[in-house]
Design a protein around this ligand. Structure first.
Ligand SMILES: NC(=O)c1ccc[n+]([C@@H]2O[C@H](COP(=O)([O-])OP(=O)(O)OC[C@H]3O[C@@H](n4cnc5c(N)ncnc54)[C@H](OP(=O)(O)O)[C@@H]3O)[C@@H](O)[C@H]2O)c1
Length: 388
C-alpha cells in the first residue's frame, strides 16, 4: 500500500474532489430546497480542538477519513495515525505536516478524544473497548457493535437524537462507542427516510449493485488488475473474491447464513429497524457485487402506510439534506456511480409510482452513493462533528 504524499491533495484512489453534487434546479417543485451544502467547520489544526486518532489510516476508508477531515476543516489539536505493524514507521503528510504511522496498541488511545476506527471488526472488538476505557469516543465503521442495544447506530441526517447523550470527556462526558451503519444501509436510508417520515414505510425491497471499493483497497486493485488481464487475453488473478470480477457480477461475498440471506443483506434488514426505531418495518434485500470501482447503486421499492404520489415524493427528496435528485426522464439521465464518486450527496432518481400497488401506496426509486465517503468516512466525521 502506497502512502500518499499529501493525503488531502494526492489521494490514493480519487485525486479530484468536489463534494457537493451540482444539479439542475427543480423544475416542478415548490418546496424550499433545504439541501444546503454540508456543514463546514472552518477551524483545522487548533489548540482547542479534540485530539483525534485514525485507526486503519492506510485503508480505503482510512485514507478517505483524512480527506474528509481536511475538506471539512475538522478541528483537531493533534492527530495520531494508526495501522498495523506492516505500515508502522511509514511517513505520511497530512495538511502539510509529516506524521509517522504508528502500530495500533492499547497505549495509542492515551489522551485521544475521538477515535475513528476502520480496521475491520476484529480490531474494533479488541481495541474499541480499550479506547473507551481511556476516555475516547470511538466512531466505529465495522459491524462489531452496530447491533449492541446501548450503542447508538447513527446517520446524522436521520437519527442524530440517538447520540444526544454522548459528550466528549472535556465536556463532562466519558468514553463511548458510536457505530456507523453499513454503507448500503446509509445510502438506502438517506433516500428512504424522508419518504418514511412523510408516509411511513411498511415494507422495503432493496436490490444492490455494489462497487469494489466496498471490499477495501485490495479489491479495487484486483478489479483493475483483472480488467487488464482479461483485455490482454490472460487468466485473471482471483485472490479477494475467488472468482472473476472483471466483466462479471456475483452475489455479495459476505457469508451466507442458514436462512439463505447473506450477512450484507441481513445488515440492511436489522440496521434499518434499529435506525428507524421500528421493529415492525419489513425489509428484504438482495446484494450483488458489480465491477464498478467506487460507489454503490441500489434499487429500492417502498410500500407505504399512507398514500404518497411521485411528485410529492420528488419534492420531499429535493428538499432533503444530503440528497440530490437526478431524475431526467426526457434525456434518460438518472444517478450513476460515476455521478456520485467522491461526492457527499446521495443521488436519487427513477422516482415513480409502483404500478403493482394500488392507491399511491408504493414507489420505486434508484439510489447511488459513494460508500467510502457518505457510506463510511463522511458519515463518521459528521457524527464526530456533532460532538464538538
Ligand atoms: N470500504 C468501504 O466502503 C467500507 C464502508 C463501510 C465500512 N467499512 C469498514 O471499514 C473497515 C475498513 O475497511 P477498508 O475498506 O478501509 O479496508 P482496507 O482498505 O482493507 O484497510 C484496512 C485497514 O485496516 C488496517 N489494519 C489491518 N489489520 C490491522 C491491525 N492488526 N492493526 C491495525 N490496523 C490494521 C490496515 O492497515 P495496514 O495497511 O497496515 O495493513 C488498513 O489501514 C472494515 O471494517 C469495513 O467493513 C468499509
Amino acid at each position: 500500500m502506497q502512502v500518499t504524499a499529501s493525503a488531502h491533495r494526492v489521494h490514493l484512489f480519487s485525486p479530484l474532489s468536489s463534494p457537493a453534487l451540482s444539479l439542475p434546479s427543480a423544475k416542478h417543485c415548490r418546496c424550499r430546497n433545504r439541501n444546503a451544502a454540508a456543514t463546514t467547520v472552518r477551524m483545522g489544526l487548533r489548540e482547542d480542538g479534540p485530539s483525534v486518532a485514525v485507526v486503519g489510516v492506510t485503508g480505503a476508508v482510512g485514507q478517505e477519513f483524512l480527506r474528509v477531515l481536511s475538506d471539512r476543516n475538522f478541528p483537531y489539536r493533534n492527530i495520531r495515525l494508526l495501522a498495523s505493524r506492516r505500515s508502522a514507521g511509514k511517513r505520511l503528510t497530512f495538511e502539510d505536516r509529516e506524521y509517522t504511522i504508528e502500530e495500533l496498541r492499547p497505549e495509542s488511545f492515551e489522551g485521544i478524544d475521538i477515535a475513528l476506527f476502520s480496521a475491520g471488526g476484529s480490531i474494533s472488538k479488541e481495541f474499541g473497548p480499550v479506547a473507551v476505557e481511556r476516555g475516547s469516543i470511538v466512531v466505529d465503521n465495522s459491524s462489531a457493535f452496530r447491533m449492541v442495544p446501548e450503542v447508538p447506530l447513527v446517520i446524522p441526517e436521520v437519527n442524530p437524537e440517538a447520540m444526544a447523550h454522548i459528550k466528549l470527556k472535556g465536556r463532562s462526558g466519558k468514553g463511548a462507542l458510536i457505530a456507523n451503519p453499513n454503507c448500503s444501509t446509509i445510502i438506502c436510508l438517506m433516500a428512504a427516510t424522508p419518504l418514511h417520515r412523510h408516509a411511513k414505510v411498511v415494507r422495503m425491497v432493496v436490490s444492490t449493485y455494489q462497487a469494489a471499493s466496498g471490499a477495501g483497497a485490495a479489491a479495487m486493485e484486483e478489479l483493475l488488475q483483472q480488467t487488464h488481464e482479461v483485455l490482454d487475453g490472460k487468466q485473471p488473478t482471483c485472490k479477494i473474491f475467488n472468482q472473476q470480477y472483471a466483466f462479471n457480477l456475483f452475489s455479495h461475498n459476505a457469508a451466507v447464513l442458514s436462512n439463505g440471506y447473506n450477512e450484507e443483506e441481513m445488515k440492511l434488514v436489522k440496521e434499518t429497524r434499529k435506525i428507524w426505531n421500528d421493529m415492525d418495518v419489513k425489509v428484504t434485500a438482495t446484494c450483488i457485487r458489480v465491477p464498478v470501482m467506487r460507489a454503490h447503486a441500489e434499487s429500492v421499492n417502498l410500500q407505504f402506510e399512507k398514500p404518497l404520489d411521485e411528485d410529492t415524493a420528488r419534492c420531499i427528496l429535493e428538499g432533503a439534506a444530503g440528497v440530490a435528485v437526478i431524475d431526467d426522464r426526457e434525456s434518460n439521465h438518472f444517478p450513476t456511480p460515476l455521478d456520485v464518486s467522491n461526492k457527499d450527496d446521495v443521488a436519487v432518481g427513477r422516482i415513480r409510482q409502483d404500478l403493482s400497488q394500488d392507491g399511491n401506496l408504493g414507489l420505486d426509486i434508484f439510489v447511488c452513493g459513494d460508500q467510502i465517503r457518505k457510506g463510511a468516512a463522511l458519515n463518521a466525521i459528521q457524527i464526530a462533528e456533532k460532538l464538538l
